[in-house]
Design a protein around this ligand. Structure first.
Ligand code: MTE
Ligand code: CO
Length: 390
C-alpha cells in the first residue's frame, strides 16, 4: 500500500474486535485520549494545596457549560467531606423562629434551575502589574458556569421570618475555614439559591457537597460552600474575608470594600498560549468566553491588531443573564503576526476596559476585580504568548 494512508487502507483493532461491555465504567469517565484536559494549579502561587486554587482548562472547552470535574476549585482549608445525613443548616439572629434544616428539609422547598457563572474575585489577579502567566487557564481559569438546582434562599428566610431590623445576612461554611461573608438582605431575597445539584448531579465535594450558596453575578468568595449557618443581623460583620481580604487597595492608600459585582469581561480561549494554531494559514476559528455580573452579554468585538481595529464577533448558544456566553470570530489567517484581543459589552452598556484604563482608576496595588482586556501575541509559527500593549 505504498503511499496509502493506513488510517484508510488498514483495518484497525477497534474496527475488528468487540469493545468493552456496558457498565465497564458505572460512572463514566472521559476518553483516555483526553487525559491532558485537567484542572491545573500554579505551584509557586500558594504555600500549600489546602489553601489554594486550581484552574478550569478553558482552552479545552466549548459552549457555555463547564463539566463538573473541570470546575476550578478554591479552598481556604481544603475540601470538607461532609456526610449529608449529618449536615445541618441553621438560621439564627434577627428572626421570629430560629430554625435548623436537614438536607431532606431543604429539598422539600420549591426548586429552581438556573445557569450562572461563578468567578473568583482574584481571577486575573496575577496580571495586575503586567503579563504574567502563559495560558487562559491560568490568567482567566478561576471561572466556571453550571446549571444549579436549588431552592431560593428567600423561601428559607421567609420560613424563619426575618425581623424588620434584619438588613444583613451572614453565610457560614462547615469547612475548617468556616468561610463567612456578609450579604445585604436585598440580594439574599432577590436571586440567591441554596443549591445541592450542579449540571443535574449532586454537587461535587470540591464545590461544597452537600449544599452551597449561589450568589448570582457576585464574587465567588460569597458563594459559601458546605453552607451550615445563616445569621440575620442589622449590620455587616466585617469578617476577615471582607476587610483584609477581598477589598481593593487604591493608589491613595484607601481601600474599596464590598465590591461584590463581577464586571463585564471576556477572553479568547482559542487560539491561546496552551492552544496554538497547528494548521497553518487559512481558515481559522477564534473562540472565546464573555460574561458579566450585570446580566447578559450584548456584544463582543475582536481585534487582530492590538485594539486598533475591531470586528463584531458572533455569539452562539444560549444568552442567559449572569452566565458565560460563547463567541466566535471566523477568519482567514494570512500567517502574519497578530495581537488578538476581545472586548465585551453587557446589556447595561458597560464595556470591558483596557488594562491601562483600569490602572488609571484603580492603581497598581489591586489583586481583585481585574476585568481588563487580554492580549495574546500570535507569531508566524502559530504559537502564542501573553503580552500587554500600551
Ligand atoms: N466556601 C467555603 N466554605 N470555603 C471556601 O474556602 N472559597 C470561596 C467560595 N466559597 C470557599 C467557599 C471562594 S474564594 C471561591 S472563588 C468559591 O467558593 C470557589 O468555588 P468553587 O471551588 O466551587 O469554584
Ligand atoms: Co475566590
Amino acid at each position: 500500500s505504498a503511499g496509502g494512508d493506513p488510517a484508510i487502507t488498514e483495518i484497525q483493532d477497534w474496527n475488528r474486535y468487540l469493545g468493552e461491555g456496558v457498565v465497564t465504567r458505572p460512572y463514566g469517565t472521559p476518553s483516555p485520549f483526553e487525559a491532558h484536559v485537567v484542572r491545573r494549579d500554579v505551584s509557586w502561587l500558594t504555600a500549600d494545596a489546602t489553601s489554594s486554587v486550581s484552574f478550569t482548562p478553558l482552552h479545552e472547552l466549548e459552549g457555555i457549560i463547564t463539566p463538573n470535574g473541570l470546575c476550578f476549585e478554591r479552598h481556604h482549608a481544603g475540601v470538607a467531606e461532609v456526610p449529608p445525613d449529618e449536615h445541618r443548616l441553621m438560621i439564627n439572629g434577627l428572626v421570629d423562629r430560629p430554625l435548623v434544616f436537614t438536607m431532606e428539609d431543604i429539598k422539600r422547598f420549591p426548586r429552581e434551575n438556573r445557569v450562572y457563572f461563578l468567578e473568583c474575585a482574584a481571577n486575573s489577579g496575577m496580571e495586575w502589574r503586567g503579563a504574567q502567566l502563559n495560558g487562559c487557564q491560568f490568567t482567566h481559569g478561576m471561572v466556571h458556569c453550571v446549571m444549579y438546582t436549588g431552592t431560593p434562599l428567600r423561601y428559607l428566610l421567609e420560613e424563619a421570618g426575618v425581623k424588620t431590623a434584619g438588613k444583613w445576612l451572614l453565610a457560614e461554611g462547615a469547612d475548617a475555614a468556616a468561610m463567612t461573608r456578609s450579604i445585604p438582605m436585598e440580594k439574599a431575597l432577590d436571586d440567591c439559591l441554596v443549591a445541592w445539584k450542579m449540571n443535574g448531579e449532586a454537587l461535587r465535594p470540591e464545590q461544597g457537597y452537600p449544599v452551597r450558596l449561589v450568589v448570582p453575578g457576585w464574587e465567588g468568595n460569597m458563594w459559601v460552600k458546605w453552607l451550615r449557618r445563616l445569621e440575620v443581623g442589622d449590620q455587616p460583620w466585617e469578617q476577615r474575608e471582607e476587610t483584609s481580604k477581598y477589598t481593593d487597595l487604591l493608589a491613595n492608600g484607601t481601600a474599596r470594600k464590598f465590591t461584590w459585582g463581577m464586571e463585564v469581561k471576556s477572553v479568547i480561549t482559542n487560539p491561546s498560549p496552551q492552544a496554538p494554531i497547528t494548521h497553518g494559514r487559512g481558515r481559522t476559528v477564534l473562540s472565546g468566553l464573555a460574561w458579566s455580573g450585570n446580566g447578559r452579554i450584548k456584544r463582543v468585538d475582536v481585534s487582530l491588531d492590538g485594539g486598533r481595529n475591531w470586528h463584531a464577533a458572533r455569539i452562539d448558544g444560549p444568552s442567559l443573564p449572569m452566565a458565560l456566553h460563547r463567541f466566535y470570530y471566523d477568519f482567514d489567517w494570512d500567517g502574519s503576526e497578530l495581537l488578538l484581543q476581545s472586548r465585551a459589552m453587557d446589556e447595561e452598556g458597560f464595556v470591558q476596559p483596557t488594562k491601562s484604563a483600569l490602572r488609571t482608576v484603580r492603581g497598581e496595588n489591586s489583586i481583585y476585580h481585574n476585568n481588563g482586556i487580554q492580549t495574546w501575541h500570535l507569531n508566524a509559527e502559530g504559537g502564542l504568548e501573553n503580552v500587554e500593549v500600551s
